[in-house]
Design a protein around this ligand. Sequence first.
Ligand SMILES: CC(C)(COP(=O)(O)OP(=O)(O)OC[C@H]1O[C@@H](n2cnc3c(N)ncnc32)[C@H](O)[C@@H]1OP(=O)(O)O)[C@@H](O)C(=O)NCCC(=O)NCCS
Length: 193
Amino acid sequence: MNISYLIYNLFHNRFSLKMWKLELDASRKKTKLRHCHVTDSGKNNTITIGEYGLISGVRFFTSGNNNHITIGRKAYCNGSTQQPIRLNACDGTSITIGDNIILSNNVEIHTTDYHRITNDNGNVLNKPKDIVIGNRCWIGLRCIILKGTILPDDTIVGACSVTNKVYCESGTIIAGIPAKAVRTGVKVGDLGN
Ligand SMILES: CC(C)(COP(=O)(O)OP(=O)(O)OC[C@H]1O[C@@H](n2cnc3c(N)ncnc32)[C@H](O)[C@@H]1OP(=O)(O)O)[C@@H](O)C(=O)NCCC(=O)NCCS
């Protein structure tokens, strides 16, 4: 990395030290990071990305302590500056994404609702929850993956869908708001038609 580029971006608050470390780690693992951004407030927050990935236009966000964002090997994250992918892990939660996954542009993954809902006794009803996305999943463009979502291996999520629960059957297309199974017995093929 060009040091003057780094200093320029640090000065203009476009490039966190965490991002710099992530770039160095990623290049060791032969993973390409393009137009990514890290916003980190808190302690013991980690971002881990596996080997041979192409991670483009991802905005990593952690708030609070002990949040962990993990992406497995050979990930293809197809965001851009204009159409970013947002991975937000807050309040001690994790986003765990498997190997060989595809995240399309404008996908948003949030482990929290950011605002609390309480009942009459003051108990919080919408606590933050971890999110898990299995191996070989493809998340279509503009999907929103909400707290508590668990997607098994080989899940395809149709464009503009919203997920918010534990899905059990692998090899399934789920779609809609909230996403429901529309086809079973599938897996993601190669790029193109
Ligand atoms: C999920 C998807 C791959 C399914 O394609 P397909 O296998 O050809 O499936 P079909 O179009 O036959 O749809 C099957 C059923 O699911 C429904 N469905 C498909 N996609 C849906 C979506 N995004 N939201 C809601 N329902 C959807 C269809 O209406 C159909 O329902 P029906 O049987 O009641 O008529 C496709 O619809 C899709 O969303 N593609 C995403 C493309 C994308 O994000 N590309 C990113 C490039 S980086």
